[in-house]
Design a protein around this ligand. Structure first.
Ligand code: PLP
Length: 394
């Protein structure tokens, strides 16, 4: 099939729920992807933050190849060797005290599990989420997501969700009632514009939750797995939540979600109260074990910290050069560049110069490259941005 035939088929048959780019990607390696005509791109979308260990990492490929010939499907009502190996690795990686995990297939599902668990463990119905937050688009996760565009058409959503301004401890305290089960927060806001909390926010939020007997849930779906320069973003502030959601990057590119919880919290679930047919699928577990080995052996979190500083420095230099940039912010290789205007044309110009970048809201260019990206590749990204911004600046 050629490019046009592929695009026509997807347009004709697939539910039209995605805003598409005019690009057919057929191959990937490390931080690079290629389109059907062989054109090369530096992938700063990381497939929306998934490709942390890089596209088609050889260790992940090998693990998948081995598992695919051994056992592909195994429902979690049976035990499985690959699953048990992964569980041990995951708990070895998780913040201390998070000793249990539910495996799912996506970020939204990991949030659904967290919501149900918080209600069950606390015996209370309400969840406080942040204005501007993104937690996914299934009904429970959507109820915690802030954007009206996503929520509006699907009312009524799950009852019991309240939104408060982020980074505002007083407003959070005021919103807590005797019905509050949990507070749900992205340590660093992702889709909502790459916003960092103030230094005292998460530690004080932890104290408030302890005082008021409210569970603290961190959604690390985008920030987790080395992205911000630590394995989990909450490590930057030394705060351990009661429940933590992970997905995107955990299985080296294959679909997996994981909800971690403290032993006494996860104990609230009785057998049968939460499940999923593909939970702990051996093929995905084998990929995830390999991805964790890569993360640790290649010291990718440390790499994200070092390269993130380098990348951010280069973007700050662009900010000095062009007054169309309002702010550069982020941690590790999760970086946002807020512009004074809609960034769509920047995204398109970069794409035409062989660089794929994301937006985060209307006016933020977002970078979530694989953590294996090389310095010369970052330099090329900055060159492409420079050219796109030069054009905008005219
Ligand atoms: C913080 C956060 N939570 C949840 C989700 C939902 O994940 P998924 O798209 O895998 O359902 C996302 C997706 O971008 C996210 O960034």
């Amino acid at each position: 099939m050629n490019k046009k035939e592929i695009i026509d088929l997807e347009e004709k048959i697939m539910a039209q729920t995605f805003a598409k780019r005019d690009l057919v990607l057929t191959r990937g390696k490390g931080a690079l992807v290629w389109d059907i005509d062989g054109n090369e791109y530096i992938d700063c979308t990381g497939s929306y933050g998934v490709a942390v260990v890089g596209h088609c990492h050889p260790k992940v490929v090998k693990a998948v190849q081995k598992q695919v010939e051994t056992l592909i499907a195994c429902h979690a009502s049976f035990y499985n060797d690959s699953r048990s190996i992964l569980l041990e690795k995951l708990i070895g990686l998780a913040p201390k005290g998070m000793d249990r995990v539910f495996l799912a297939n996506s970020g939204a599902e990991s949030v659904e599990c967290a919501i149900k668990l918080a209600r069950k463990a606390s015996g209370k119905p309400e969840i406080i989420a942040m204005m501007g937050a993104f937690h996914g688009k299934t009904m429970g996760a959507l109820s915690a997501t802030w954007k009206k565009k996503y929520r509006g058409p699907f009312m009524p959503l799950v009852p019991g969700f309240k939104h408060v301004p982020p980074n505002n401890l007083e407003k959070i305290k005021a919103a807590i009632t005797d019905k509050t089960a949990a507070i749900l927060v992205e340590p660093i806001r992702g889709e909502g514009g790459i916003l960092l909390p103030s230094d005292d926010f998460l530690p004080e939020l932890r104290e408030i939750c302890d005082e008021k007997d409210v569970l603290l849930i961190f959604d690390e779906v985008q920030t987790g797995f080395g992205r911000t320069g630590k394995v989990f973003a909450c490590e930057h502030w030394n705060v351990v939540p009661d429940i933590m959601c992970l997905a995107k990057s955990v299985a080296g590119g294959l679909p997996m979600g994981a909800t971690f919880a403290k032993e006494e919290v996860m104990a609230a679930f009785q057998r049968g109260e939460h499940s999923s047919t593909f939970s702990g699928n051996p093929l995905v577990c084998a990929a995830a074990s390999a991805a964790i080995e890569v993360l640790v052996e290649e010291k990718l979190a440390e790499r994200a910290a070092t390269l993130g500083k380098y990348f951010k420095g280069k973007l700050e230099a662009l900010q000095e050069k062009y007054n169309i940039v309002r702010e550069v912010r982020g941690l590790g290789l999760m970086i946002g560049m807020e512009m004074r205007f809609d960034v769509y044309s920047i995204l398109m110009d970069c794409m035409n110069s062989g660089v794929l970048v994301l937006d985060a809201g209307r006016n933020v260019v977002r970078f979530l490259p694989p953590l294996v990206i090389e310095k010369p590749q970052i330099d090329k990204v900055v060159e492409a941005l420079d050219a796109a911004m030069e054009k905008e600046n005219k």
